[in-house]
Design a binder for this molecule. Structure first.
Ligand code: B12
Ligand code: SF4
Length: 458
């Protein structure tokens, strides 16, 4: 398609679009989705800039940055949706002529909620959609859906210049090797939400990018945030070989696995090249619930997978969900007991979340069939506040069992603590820094909430 010039100043090369990541709870992450859009747009001749609200929350500076920008793209997960609504309305008020496009997992799940606050909404992966939107001079139907990009390497690597202002920590720098997951857990994105299937970047693409990040920012600790990194053993070996031969510095990695995937040899090989911690969603300590929620695994398989990682000398971080549909007080206790058992056997660390029926998940559509909302305001969804209660479970039991789990499934002996004094102190300093940062995010979120009011769709 020929590119139509929408603005007379196009030739001077001003910003074609400002991409904003909205604010929610903090996770020290990078706005990867927006970085992908920026790179893809650059390849097609457009200049996109990123405004990350986690980096800069100053609303007056944002107003200034928007001068002469024709289009704004705002990205949100559900916990960031209040901020996205606030930004849309505020920008519309400041600059009625600016086109506003909403995107990201929240608006993909609930596109109709963009009506009245934005000009357009992009459903699903946004690279081709946003390019077509700019190509058309903002003249597409309200809801824009395009096929996901099949070959991920078609999106150029993020440049170091783009990354520089967005890096807030050198710890666990996020990278992506693949998109997609073959499982369909009832609390995660449903099939309709991600039609693209499993796709990988080539090894050359990933390792070149890794090397550039290491050399430019002296970053040595990486978190590969693919849904399940170990799905294809061949690709994991390929990654390990490439890191070993092509990167001169000693790096550390963490990633997600899924029970039943990865042999002992594979985990040993991963440990050799620097994988020091692997996270796995266990979710439930009851086989019926593991089947019901879509994890397609059993307690036995989970334990076997932990045993392999433990033998390979990799630290194991396990996450659990309390309060899924069809749970009872007994199954909640079984989950906590299972977590304590795995902790005692494999020294795992454990994190317990209360179930949150998130837009885009199967549970969001049928939650009230199995239980009741305690609070359906998306702004208050968090891992530590129960917002949903299955019919067979009491609130008190849910809360007290989480406390028991957090205490006993993370217990560390004093001798172990004192032996690891340095990492312990480092961790405390990091926590303190995190708390200060979170405080200022919390203040901005409080302000936004008081303006937007409740965000409820159920
Ligand atoms: C990696 C990951 C994380 C990482 C990093 C998160 C991050 N902010 O970068 C960590 C582990 C820190 C994390 C934490 C959380 N996560 Co998370 N996470 C993911 C995961 C597995 C991949 C995200 C990713 O990087 N995708 C790759 C990029 C390329 O995709 P993308 O961001 O969606 O962007 C594309 C499109 O959405 C679109 N797009 C996005 N924005 C825009 C904007 C415009 C204008 C346009 C046009 C297009 C567009 O185009 C992009 C490119 O194609 C997803 C599941 C998934 N597969 O998506 C869950 C997921 C996004 N996480 C989820 C949740 C709930 C959380 C937490 C709230 C969990 C918790 N309770 O603590 C926290 C929140 C942290 C935070 N404040 O960011 C949910 C969100 C559900 C929802 N309805 O909001 C998901 C979908 C998983 C699930 N449960 O279903 N997460
Ligand atoms: S929870 Fe994990 S395994 Fe389940 S669908 Fe989501 S990413 Fe896949």
């Amino acid at each position: 398609m020929t590119k139509i010039v929408c603005f007379s100043y196009d030739t001077v090369k001003k910003t074609d679009i400002l991409l904003i990541r909205s604010l929610g709870v903090d996770a020290n992450s990078l706005p990867q989705g927006l970085l992908y859009l920026q790179s893809f747009l650059r390849k097609h001749g457009y200049k996109a800039k990123i405004w990350d609200r986690y980096v800069n929350r100053n609303i007056f500076q944002l107003r200034k940055a928007l001068k002469n920008v024709p289009v704004v793209g705002i990205s949100a997960m559900s916990i960031q949706s209040a901020d996205a609504i606030y930004l849309s309305k505020t920008i519309r008020h400041w600059y009625p002529e600016i086109k506003i496009v909403l995107g990201g997992v929240h608006f993909t799940a609930l596109p109709d909620t963009a009506i009245g606050i934005a000009d357009n909404v992009v459903i699903g992966e946004g690279e081709t959609a946003i390019k077509d939107y700019l190509d058309s001079c903002y003249n597409l139907d309200f809801k824009i859906t395009r096929l996901p990009i099949e070959h991920l390497d078609e999106i150029p690597k993020f440049t170091m210049k783009d990354l520089k202002p967005l890096i807030r920590t050198k710890d666990h720098f996020h990278i992506i090797r693949a998109r997609g997951c073959p499982y369909r857990c009832n609390f995660c994105l449903s099939k309709e939400q991600r039609p693209g299937g499993l796709r990988y970047h080539s090894i050359v693409y990933v390792v070149d990018y890794l090397r550039e990040v290491v050399e430019t920012f002296d970053i040595k600790s990486f978190f590969i945030v693919d849904d399940i990194f170990v799905l294809s053993p061949r690709r994991v070996y390929e990654f390990c070989d490439a890191v070993e031969t092509q990167i001169k510095k000693k790096l550390t990695f963490s990633c997600f696995t899924h029970s039943g995937h990865g042999s002992l040899e594979l985990y040993k090989r991963m440990e050799e090249v620097g994988f020091e911690k692997i996270s796995m969603g266990v979710e439930h300590g009851n086989d019926r619930l593991l089947e019901f929620c879509g994890k397609k695994t059993t307690k036995k398989v989970i334990e076997e997978t932990c045993a392999k990682m433990f033998q390979a000398n990799i630290k194991i971080n396990l996450t659990y969900i309390l309060g899924n549909a069809t749970e009872t007080n007994e199954t909640i206790s079984e989950t906590v007991d299972f977590a304590i058992h795995l902790h005692e056997k494999f020294n795992t660390s454990s994190w317990f979340s209360f179930m949150q029926p998130l837009p885009g998940s199967a549970l969001f559509n049928n939650a009230t069939q199995y239980g009741a909302y305690l609070n359906n305001d998306l702004q208050f969804y968090s891992n530590t506040n129960p917002v949903y209660l299955p019919f067979g479970v009491s609130r008190e039991h849910l809360i007290s069992e989480r406390e028991r789990g957090m205490k006993l499934a993370n217990k560390q002996s004093n001798t172990l603590k004192s032996l690891k004094l340095l990492p312990y102190v480092k961790n405390k300093i990091r926590q303190l820094y995190g708390q200060i940062n979170t405080l200022s995010i919390d203040n901005e979120l409080k302000r936004v909430r008081s303006i937007v009011g409740p965000v409820t769709y159920k």
